[in-house]
Write a protein that binds this ligand. Structure first.
Ligand code: SF4
Length: 503
């Protein structure tokens, strides 16, 4: 059974047949009125090898559990053992895959990807998995993270192997490297890549008959292993395993490569990998689902502990603790439990306001955040409110929420942020803002308090965050809070650096 990739590829011999460079690119972010100033995660990945079972549907539902990690495009590659089929498009997972698409994606081997771009534009040709051909055959690659030396490697590989790069993401550099790098097996190939790639990369890769999973030597982005129907699953988060009924086995270690094929599963760690991980601490604060386990800790529990630490550091007398829904609710519950001040839902979020391509008119823009949040006057009016937020990046959402609470009659508003101030940008797969846009990089805490219109403002300290996550483990990347990163970085990076000047 031929999938779309093979059918169209054989008919035309060109990726254009997939629409990869065609006019079907979705509108860009300029119409995305809904985006707020939360940092945005790069991607989610899933890979399944389950002999005797068609795995496209399980891969779809695994991806569905990871939709929060990227909403620009999604895709899946599958194999029966003979050839790779591909379906990748712009849009949400539920928009990208229809029943008939899944019916064509046959085979016991699959990788899936959901993308938010951190390097390379939000274009169909950068939708993943990417397929490339090399001496060891065709492979498909899905990537979560950001390779900071992709530009240099692109030039180097073009000269070394005569490659013409026709997409504009760092993932294409990774894919070409895995397709062509010297090595007797996938472990040697991965180690060749690990010696050269700098930055964050949790990868799912497939050949026509093998599943390969790789976590970078710093372990910046999460990746976990599970068992399913006599086979194996790898996914960005444990919540994806839960969603498809897989049993969690363990998280991959930094520098680890796993190969699953007809002979079973094998794993090796790159000998030069650091002994300790540098996982992104923002995964614990905000990115990962609260029901995912990261570095052995349920993110929901870590977030409640952040709220409790925040109370210890910045107690204030008040009548009610609320969280900015949905992501700050565990932190707010932790603060309320530690303080003894009642927790309540003062703001309701419209959970069905997702990404839309219908732009509001000017009058609606002025209504702004009310389309997403609504404050309940009878809960708020006349009360001293502690508003717990999980992060402030630019502050636009915080300003609107405080305005809404004031309008609903709050007597006092005390903002407590369950993370340290974001003073520097991310280089490892998170799109935050530029240094000029980061409010805490440019204003003092008092200035920010005045800017957002709160009666008081406090952030969790870096030490408080470390205590909340794990007292024993201080190896997490905390670069956006400290300006110190696990590896040297160039302070401002352009996510479109690999785009041609005319694009
Ligand atoms: S800089 Fe911040 S967001 Fe980026 S990986 Fe490090 S902790 Fe995470």
């Amino acid at each position: 059974m031929h999938g779309k990739y093979n059918q169209l590829q054989s008919e035309t011999g060109s990726d254009t047949a997939l629409g990869l460079n065609g006019p079907s690119d979705a509108p860009d972010d300029s119409n995305d009125w809904e985006q707020d100033d939360r940092p945005r995660e790069a991607c989610g990945v899933v890979g399944i090898y389950s002999p005797g079972n068609d795995v496209a549907r399980a891969t779809f539902f695994g991806l569905f559990a990871l939709q929060h990690r990227g909403q620009e495009s999604a895709g899946m590659a599958t194999s029966t053992g003979n050839e790779i089929s591909l379906h990748a498009r712009m849009g949400l997972i539920s928009q990208v895959f229809k029943e008939e698409d899944l019916a064509e994606l046959r085979g016991h081997l699959a990788i899936g990807h959901t993308r938010y771009s951190t390097m390379g534009g939000s274009k169909q040709h950068n939708a993943q998995p990417l397929i490339v051909d090399g001496p060891r055959g065709r492979i498909a690659v899905g990537h979560n993270g950001n390779v900071i030396n992709a530009g240099e490697l692109r030039t180097e590989l073009s000269e070394l192997w005569g490659i013409t790069f026709d997409r504009t993401s760092d993932t294409e550099v990774i894919a070409e490297m895995f397709a062509r790098a010297p090595g007797r097996d996938w472990f040697e190939v991965a180690w060749y890549a690990m010696r050269r790639l700098k930055g964050a990369y949790s990868l799912v890769i497939m050949s026509k008959d093998e599943l390969i999973a790789v976590r970078d030597p710093l372990g910046i982005r999460p990746l976990c292993l599970g068992k399913l129907n006599g086979g194996y699953v790898v996914a960005s988060e444990t919540a994806a395993l839960d969603n498809i009924g897989a049993t969690f086995v363990r998280e991959l270690q930094n520098g680890e490569t796993i190969v699953v094929n007809k002979d079973g599963i094998q794993s090796k760690i790159w000998p030069a990998a650091r002994k300790t991980h540098s996982m992104c601490i923002f995964e614990q604060i905000y990115f990962a689902r609260p029901d995912s386990v990261l570095n052995g800790q349920l993110a929901y529990d870590s977030r409640r502990r952040m709220g409790a630490e925040l109370y210890k550091e910045s107690a204030v007398d008040a009548d009610l603790v609320i969280g900015i829904p949905d992501s700050s609710i565990p932190h707010a519950i932790g603060y309320a439990n530690a303080s003894g001040i009642p927790y309540g839902e003062g703001i309701i979020r419209n959970r069905y306001v997702g990404r839309t391509f219908i732009a509001p008119d000017q009058r609606m823009r002025e209504v702004g955040v009310q389309m997403k949040f609504n404050a309940m006057r009878s809960i708020i009016e006349g009360k001293r409110i502690i508003v717990v937020d999980d992060s402030i990046v630019r502050s636009t959402t915080t300003v609107r929420v405080i305005g809404m609470l004031k309008k609903a009659g709050a007597k006092e508003i005390h903002v407590r942020v369950a993370a340290p101030a974001v003073i520097s940008t991310c280089h490892f797969g998170v799109d935050m803002a530029t240094m000029a846009e980061l409010i805490a990089a440019n204003k003092t805490v008092d200035e920010i308090r005045d800017h957002i219109g709160a009666d008081s403002l406090s952030y969790l300290s870096v030490d408080g965050l470390k205590r909340a996550v794990d007292v024993e483990d201080d190896s997490y990347c905390k670069g956006c809070f400290t300006g110190r990163y696990p590896i040297p970085v160039q302070l401002e990076m352009d996510k479109l650096a690999l785009e041609p000047a005319s694009v």
